[in-house]
Design a protein around this ligand. Structure first.
Ligand SMILES: C[S@@+](CC[C@H](N)C(=O)[O-])C[C@H]1O[C@@H](n2cnc3c(N)ncnc32)[C@H](O)[C@@H]1O
Length: 215
């Protein structure tokens, strides 16, 4: 189930001039069947980078580098993104895209399981984009919150999961029930987490924007 009506998504897309390079990477990702974000989410990530004065980003789930490209091009020249990807072939495709975009100097693709790699990276980060394994959302939350600077932002993708987190809305369910249960539990935990102020936004497949409190 598409959360935002296709006509609305189309209208919003028509307001954005787009960028041929990003469009090529998005088309390639779709052709490979990769579940990448869309341009509306990319633009939102860009707005958050600018609003928060972000210089250091951690991304979980690189795929072919589409969302990391949006983030990388929004950063100042001395900005840095660490992006974690378990699949070496996807990581190689992403690295090629960063080179083609002239942004390779500010993106480090780290190949490995994020469950392990998040304990090897050093914070603080201004912004973290979590778009990796959905069953890892809950287990990684404490570590990611501790890697954020006060006032930093954790963005989590797919928190509405095609509407399947709403009990009984999609029948029969098309998503893996364990993934759905993991995301629903994560959303409840995120909403109650006193370290963070979280807003759930129905953009594309649902984004949670969680700001780490300053006190
Ligand atoms: C939804 S895609 C990321 C899409 C990307 N953020 C974008 O929008 O352009 C999720 C990615 O996470 C990777 N992934 C899944 N489990 C992982 C894990 N345990 N550690 C690191 N990466 C993982 C998958 O291989 C996949 O490429």
């Amino acid at each position: 189930m598409q959360i935002v009506a296709p006509a609305i998504e189309g209208y919003l897309a028509s307001l954005d001039d787009g960028d041929p390079q990003l469009e090529r990477v998005a088309a390639e990702g779709e052709a490979l069947g990769l579940p990448i974000v869309n341009a509306a989410v990319g633009r939102f990530l860009e707005a958050l980078v600018v609003a928060t004065g972000t210089r250091r980003v951690l991304e979980i789930g690189t795929a072919n580098g589409y969302s990391a490209l949006w983030l990388a091009r929004s950063l100042p020249a001395d900005g840095q993104i660490l992006t974690l990807e378990i699949d070496p072939q996807r990581a190689a495709i992403a690295r090629r895209h960063f080179e083609e975009a002239g942004l390779a100097d500010r993106v480090d693709v780290i190949v490995g399981d994020s469950a392990r790699m998040v304990h090897k990276v050093a914070g603080p980060f201004d912004l973290i984009f979590n778009d990796g394994d959905k069953r890892q959302y809950g287990p990684l939350l404490d570590r990611l919150a501790s890697l954020l600077r006060p006032g930093g932002v954790l963005i989590t993708d797919n928190v509405l999961w095609d509407g399947e987190v709403v009990p009984g809305l999609v029948t029969p369910p098309r998503r893996e029930p364990d993934d759905t249960a993991a995301i629903a539990a994560y959303n409840r935990r995120l909403a109650a987490d006193e370290r963070l102020v979280t807003s759930f936004l129905p953009i594309r497949d649902g984004l949670a924007v969680s700001v780490r409190r300053r006190i």
